[in-house]
Design a protein around this ligand. Sequence first.
Ligand code: CA2
Length: 150
Amino acid sequence: MRRKVVVLNGPNLNLLGTRQPDIYGHETLADVERACRALGAELGVAIDFHQSNREYEIIDWIHAAREDAGAIVINPAAFTHTSVAILDALAAFDGLVFEVHISNVHKREAFRHHSYVSGRADGVIAGFGTQGYLLALRRAAALLAPAPAA
Ligand code: CA2
């Protein structure tokens, strides 16, 4: 498997750090991207990082990952609970899939308890704040084939 990880973020996560810090913390998505890139460099993993409020863009990035990525780390945000289309796209990806939620969705409203994406995910992290992205990256790096010797 290739040592590239695609990190995908769903709708409204561009607002991270601007509202509801009690639920989502104070970090912005740019902070999360910076932390993912720094850890990727440490682990020898290339990082693609995207956010979109549009379902089709997330699907297109999942399709593109089929070409050269070994893993997808995805916080589908509200699409978690609604999107069979994202589940189907992930099912067509042969690598590892890790689902991340900043908040513990199981402690929140009942409609957040079901995830379509979990039906495909190799692992799910919820309630670890933005650190969940880094835990998922570490897991992906541990499972992907080692980088070839220089
Ligand atoms: O806990 C998570 O990471 C969620 O995926 C976040 C989604 C929510 O719909 C899921 O149930 C759980 C919401 C993302 C919106 O994020 C915002 C952050 C700050 C301000 C406004 C929205």
